[in-house]
Design a protein around this ligand. Structure first.
Ligand code: F6R
Length: 243
């Protein structure tokens, strides 16, 4: 049974701080941990706060191995739309983590390479901490609606909802690749600790649907309620509503 806690905070700034408290507490005293950091806008405050705490000598992350959550299919790191590039700019660079230590997804989506990725992750003991955002359609990573709870790392077609949501990162829907490689729900939901960050009014319907509606493939984030992990949802007031 999932141990799921919901923490409602005032705004997106408070969300970054609350998430940083959670992640710092998680990393404190650990000699090694395997961490999956989502890209996207919601965790940006968290990563900036972690970097600032590290700069102030309040955080000494040691032995952190980063695992890539998702990438647009065929998009090279030099491409402005690369999610690896986004992770480099917002997580790896600011925290002084070397790019070459990251367990990276096969950007070409080769099925055998995806299977090797999952095996390598398993052999290394799986994920200790996954930091996730919530898609407008309830996706986790790029596990879009109708993703099987046990789905492996694989190529996916992005839905029109996700393409429209991602257009705000890159300019227009025409700039958003239509396919991606994602860490599967199977390995992701085997993480021992998961932090889901949700901000903004646009997520209000989907966050309640994920946490209170039926559990199933229509809303992949609903599977968090059945994961074996310790799950913390940190959500701002704009997303949660007044209740
Ligand atoms: C990004 C990712 C996505 C985002 C989600 C929310 O690596 O995996 O699942 O976390 O689409 O994005 P934002 O935070 O920009 O609303």
């Amino acid at each position: 049974m999932t141990d799921l806690r919901i923490e409602v905070v005032d705004d997106v700034v408070a969300l970054g701080r609350a998430a940083a408290d959670h992640v710092s507490g998680f990393l404190a005293g650990r000699e090694a941990s395997t961490v999956v950091p989502a890209t996207g806008e919601t965790p940006l405050g968290l990563y900036a706060e972690l970097a600032s705490r590290q700069g102030a000598g309040e955080l000494y992350p040691t032995g952190v191995t980063i695992v890539q959550l998702d990438e647009y299919l065929g998009v090279a790191p030099e491409d402005r739309r690369s999610l690896f590039g986004w992770m480099h700019r917002t997580v790896l660079g600011p925290l002084g983590i070397a790019d070459d230590g990251v367990l990276r997804l096969p950007v070409d989506g080769d099925a055998a390479a995806c299977a090797i990725f999952d095996r390598t992750l398993d052999d290394r003991g799986g994920i200790d901490l996954a930091i996730l955002g919530l898609g407008d359609n309830g996706h986790l990573g790029f596990n879009e609606p109708a993703s099987n709870v046990a789905s492996p790392t694989r190529v996916v077609e992005l839905t029109s909802t996700t393409i429209e949501a991602n257009a705000r990162y890159w300019g227009s829907t025409d700039d958003v690749p239509t396919r991606a490689v994602t860490l599967g729900l199977g390995p992701l939901l085997r993480a021992r600790t998961i932090v889901l960050l949700v901000a903004g009014e646009r997520k209000r319907g989907i966050v309640h649907r994920a946490l209170e509606g039926p559990v199933g493939e229509d809303v992949p984030a609903s599977f968090l309620r059945e994961a074996g992990a310790e799950v913390t949802v940190i959500v701002d007031r704009a997303a949660w509503g007044a209740s």
